[in-house]
Design a protein around this ligand. Sequence first.
Ligand SMILES: Nc1ncnc2c1ncn2[C@@H]1O[C@H](COP(=O)(O)OP(=O)(O)OP(=O)(O)O)[C@@H](O)[C@H]1O
Length: 390
Amino acid sequence: MAEEPQHGVPIELRKVTKAFPGTGAPAVRELDLNIAAGEIVVLLGPSGCGKTTTMRMINRLIEPTSGDIMIGGENSRDIDPDRLRRHIGYVIQQAGLFPHMTVAANIAQVPKLLGWDKQRISDRVDELLTLVGLEPATFRDSYPRKLSGGQQQRVGVARALAADPPVLLMDEPFGALDPITRERLQDELLGLQDDLAKTIVFVTHDVDEALKLGDHIAVMQRPGHIVQYATPAEILTNPADDYVEQFLGGGSSMRLLRLTKVGDIDLDQVPYTTEDADAPGVLKEIERDGRGYALVLDGMRRPLRWVTQSDLEGRQGPVGEAGDPVGGTISHRMTLQDAMEALLNADNDNVPVVGRRRAYAGALSLSTLQSAIQSIKARERERRTRRNLA
Ligand SMILES: Nc1ncnc2c1ncn2[C@@H]1O[C@H](COP(=O)(O)OP(=O)(O)OP(=O)(O)O)[C@@H](O)[C@H]1O
């Protein structure tokens, strides 16, 4: 049986500076950064702002000129660099796989260094390939050049995870992939992270990637400092200054739509009933509500039909099959953007939202969406004001 994965540890950078010899301004300047255990923190910024240098100081591929880096409470200066790097997985653009080694041999590198026996290594390789969505029998003995960019990147992630390190550093890992593969790998990374809860430092200059993946985002500016360190929603609704605002570009409301899940907002509550309910009673309730319709649910609370006032007028006995089938439903897991798409294509203004086991959870309309975005913005503004006053 597989062992429980090792969860992430906190990382703290204290006044970390890197000045490369013979250059002008330092590449990274007195950088403070606190990364909580199990979080994905994205370093976001334009080329040359010091993202890669910051990341490589964490695994000591680059030694800081001054300052301290604490990993799981230990000063990285006190950890042997080889031991440190075995406890920190590293994924780079285009995977950086060794072309003359099979996929299995690439993944097995660190376990081999750690002296694991053959059987343990082989089991681990298969487990990891499965974890990143590659069939072991097909891919184990392949050479990297036979693989697509996305598959190579998956192997890169498997290799970084091989010795189950608590920390992963990912430097533009999806930068060279086409947009569809890129999105898929981002989703898979988030899925993996749900189970693994590693501490991940992720470098990108792609705003949407940062907003999607980051629990927190550090927006960096040349030369080597952080302008804002906050959650994606906070950065979108309250950019710290003009630089951050410009870097984000326009469309912050659209981005909030992409970032927020239907389950995170207040849904509309419409009257609901069942097929065996008494029609005149339901009619009364519809009249009282004033909207003119109700939702009929089955025994498992799954939406079946919309019934309107006129469907029920004069009807005696149970509601039965009165009304029209609900065209479609919206899952509580959908982003607001996907929900908006569904609403624009729906026949009704209101679409039922379903949660676990497709049970009714509320309803959504374009105007509910609009007020949700407005209240997210207002909430973030309020939080910031409170913080500034504190
Ligand atoms: N080995 C080095 N020697 C001298 N200068 C360096 C070295 N590595 C990086 N730099 C400089 O440090 C600064 C920060 O570089 P870094 O690679 O960290 O930026 P970055 O934000 O990761 O950029 P990119 O997105 O282009 O990778 C740049 O001005 C770069 O030229």
